[in-house]
Structures are given as structure tokens and as C-alpha cells.
Design a protein around this ligand. Structure first.
Ligand SMILES: [Zn+2]
Length: 125
């Protein structure tokens, strides 16, 4: 099997250690469980929660992603013709709802990759 780069592994939500196991149990688009994480990697067994409460800090990443999204929507609408205020409001609320599974998962994935202290081990898994 071809070896993934860390960016590819990050984007597809794979384990930072072996880049094979999935961090989350279901697909991003599974609305009945997109937030469910595996406790350990299904391939190499590394813990996805290095310490209790580890993902508390992921809230800040999630917040930053959301702010970036709102700014993008706001600027896009302005460029597209600066519609009425309610269009901004609906677009941002709608965007936030659609974006929730994405920001929830990627904030945790990013946090695990950058603060989890887990290093890639090609021999793992
Ligand atoms: Zn793994």
C-alpha cells in the first residue's frame, strides 16, 4: 500500500502514528455519529487521548476555524453584491450548522497532530 504523507493522513483523519487507522468511527458525513472517536488506533493501538481532557484545547482550534469561516462567508457575500442583513445572518448560521461536523473533527485532528506528542512510526500498525 502506498505510504501517506502526514498532510494526507491529517486530511483523511488517520492516526498520526501509523497513518493507517481511523481516528473517528464513522465518516464525516454520518450525521448519527460524526463525533464518535476511537479511544485507540484500530491499527497500532496508540491512544487518541494522550491525557484526560486533552481535547479541551481543541475548542480554541474549533473557534478559530469558525471565525475563519464566518469571515469568508461575510467577505464572499459582500463581494457578491452586499445583500440585506438577513442574508448575512442566514448564511452565517446555515454555514455554521453545515460546518459543525467539519470543524469538530478537524479541530480535534489538528490538535492531536500538533499537540498530541505522537510521532510517525512507519513500522507501527
Ligand atoms: Zn495507528
Amino acid at each position: 500500500m502506498h505510504e501517506k504523507s502526514w498532510k494526507g493522513a491529517l486530511c483523511s483523519g488517520k492516526c498520526p502514528k501509523c497513518r493507517k487507522g481511523d481516528i473517528f468511527k464513522t465518516s464525516l458525513f454520518d450525521l448519527s455519529g460524526f463525533w464518535k472517536m476511537n479511544n485507540n488506533c484500530t491499527q497500532c493501538g496508540v491512544s487518541f487521548e494522550p491525557e484526560p481532557g486533552f481535547y479541551f484545547g481543541a475548542m480554541f482550534v474549533s473557534y478559530a476555524l469558525s471565525v475563519a469561516l464566518f469571515a469568508t462567508i461575510g467577505i464572499a457575500l459582500y463581494v457578491l453584491g452586499n445583500p440585506a442583513d438577513w442574508v448575512y445572518l442566514l448564511s452565517i448560521v446555515g454555514g455554521a450548522i453545515l460546518f459543525t461536523p467539519f470543524s469538530f473533527r478537524y479541530s480535534r485532528i489538528l490538535f492531536l497532530y500538533f499537540f498530541g506528542g505522537i510521532h510517525y512510526d512507519p513500522a507501527a500498525g
